[in-house]
Write a protein that binds this ligand. Sequence first.
Ligand SMILES: [Zn+2]
Ligand SMILES: [Zn+2]
Length: 55
Amino acid sequence: MSVSGLCQICERQRADYQCSRCGALVCEAHYDPETGYCTDCAAEVRAGRGDSGPR
Ligand SMILES: [Zn+2]
Ligand SMILES: [Zn+2]
């Protein structure tokens, strides 16, 4: 078993990045460089914060 691992989201591509929120290892396609999160976390954070929307 290799520890380098596959993307924890798609489990098909090699994980070259790590989410700094949940720590998931993800491939380039599932990493959001803007936030440094995986796409799952990035979507959650964006949904929760509402970038420029009024409160
Ligand atoms: Zn992936
Ligand atoms: Zn994450």
